[in-house]
Design a protein around this ligand. Structure first.
Ligand code: F0G
Length: 461
């Protein structure tokens, strides 16, 4: 077993260790989730975070150009020659004065971490840099994932670049057009299953085991290593100051889990003095985490989560045939696979969970668009969630807040065009069933005949 890095069960009461080369991604002793652990003494980690920023000056070197591998000492599980990069992580932390009023935060304290700038248009590319590096280390030829769209787009892109075959399991009618277009265009074998994301997730695990495929979902701990870098770049964007809050949408809970691990490690390495608080935002129609944490009071409890509570919760969900329904299709998930890792992250970051309605999500999305960045519906949950937490006075007006914008506006053009064009959104079945009544911030196109005077009148200046 490598002395520098290994896989380790996240449950401290189990603590089983597995070699870095293993690709099972489940604890052999207790079947729980795995982490990547490091012998930090053997890794030349800089004493200050600032040292990483110097690599910007050497960004003509492949690994320094990557917004993940620029921080490579903090995820050093692979030799440098194996590190896969498509130029991921060229993202910006945007100070968004334009949103300050909307979310009721004193400018300049509201920031947006815009992950839509990644090569495949979402934060997933950070994770794929990590997971494809491991896939290359173990000689994988075919990689598989279940997806609500962005994972499949990113897997398809990285696989085609790395000369591997991708297999993507998607729920039929469940993913946004931009994402489906990407998976098809990059040559992924795309399996559309009659069912939702949770069905696809279960099936892909069975199929991967049977056929020996390499799993690219966020149960793959190497993916989450890559996603830690989103937080390193947030700190970099704030000149290495720790914000008061990170607000992030919650779906399969990979991001929140990765962020928690990043802060846990940075604190242990004495690279930061304090940890920010974290707010995870569920869509109201896909609120498993909210119910478990805020209503059932499920806690990490040093790894001794209450398995009975969890079991009962999901049994009840099945017996009531409750299933996730939200226009934010990226987070339309019932059974988040990283639940326990996320509970640990909530513990580390004194976190909390809130829900926002689809109408709140769509309005927040329109505001993000107007502020100059644009994002897909799931991403806007972070901004809608911040607005809610301000209204509740949980977050202070003068606190410094970073909302994560997880995916690009062009991922889901249909919802955007519907929002801005349909006068009575609530009369369309798709919107009615998730409780959306109005597009409160619609920017309607003006229809005019081909008549110069009428056109000039329509321009309205
Ligand atoms: N935002 C976007 C745009 C996403 O695509 C996802 C997840 C999330 C938020 C939620 O992140 O799972 O880390 O809590 N998309 C996955 C997929 C599930 O298959 O593309 P999470």
């Amino acid at each position: 077993m490598s002395e520098v890095a290994w896989q380790e069960c996240i449950n401290p009461t189990c603590g089983a260790r597995v070699d870095i080369q293993d690709q099972t991604f489940a604890c052999p002793k207790c079947t729980g989730l795995m982490d990547i652990s490091y012998q930090w003494k053997l890794i030349p980690v800089p004493r200050r975070m600032k040292a990483f920023a110097r690599r910007w000056a050497q960004r003509n070197e492949r690994l320094n150009f990557s917004g993940v591998w620029r921080f490579r000492e903090l995820l050093k599980f692979a030799p440098e020659q194996d590190m896969v990069s498509l130029g991921e992580g060229q993202t910006i932390l945007q100070n968004s004065r334009a949103l300050a009023d909307y979310v009721d935060i004193e400018p300049p304290n509201i920031f947006l971490q815009y992950e839509g700038l990644n090569p495949s248009g979402s934060f997933k590319d950070n994770g794929m840099a990590g997971a494809f590096t491991h896939a290359r280390m173990v000689g994988a030829k075919t990689v598989a994932c279940a997806s609500t769209g962005n994972t499949s787009a990113a897997v398809a892109m990285f696989a085609s670049a790395a000369g591997m075959q991708a297999v993507a399991f998607i729920g039929s009618g469940k993913i946004a057009y931009g994402k489906l277009a990407q998976a098809l265009d990059y040559g992924a074998r795309t399996i559309q299953i009659e069912g939702d994301f949770d069905v696809c997730m279960r099936r892909v695990q069975q199929v991967a085991e049977r056929l020996g495929l390499y799993m690219m979902n966020s149960i793959n701990p190497f993916r989450l290593e890559g996603q830690k870098a989103i937080m390193y770049r947030v700190l970099e964007g704030l000149n290495w100051q720790v914000p008061d809050w990170i607000v992030v949408p919650g779906g399969n809970l990979g991001n929140s889990s990765a962020f928690g691990k990043a802060f846990m490690e940075l604190q242990k390495l004495k690279l930061i003095e304090r940890v920010p608080r974290m707010a995870i935002i569920n869509a109201a129609g896909a609120d498993t985490l909210y119910r478990l944490v805020e209503q059932e009071k499920m806690k990490w409890n040093d790894g001794r989560c209450d398995p009975e509570l969890e079991k009962k919760f999901f049994e009840q969900m099945d017996s009531e045939r409750r299933s996730a329904k939200t226009l934010a299709s990226a987070i339309e998930i019932n059974r988040p696979v990283n639940l326990r890792k996320c509970l640990r992250a909530l513990d580390v970051c004194s976190g909390l969970v809130r829900t926002v309605t689809d109408e709140e999500i769509l309005d927040a999305k329109a505001m993000v668009g107007r502020s100059g960045l644009g994002c897909e519906p799931a991403s806007a949950a972070s901004v809608a969630g911040l607005r809610k937490l301000r209204a509740e006075a949980v977050i202070g007006k003068n606190e410094r807040v970073v909302c994560i914008l997880t995916g690009h506006a062009l991922k889901d053009p249909n919802v955007t065009v519907d929002y801005h064009t349909e006068v009575n959104l609530g009369q369309i079945e798709k919107y009615q069933r998730v409780g959306v009544k109005r597009a409160n911030l619609a920017n309607r196109p003006v229809v005019v005949p081909d008549d110069l005077d009428k056109i000039i009148e329509a321009v309205g200046l």
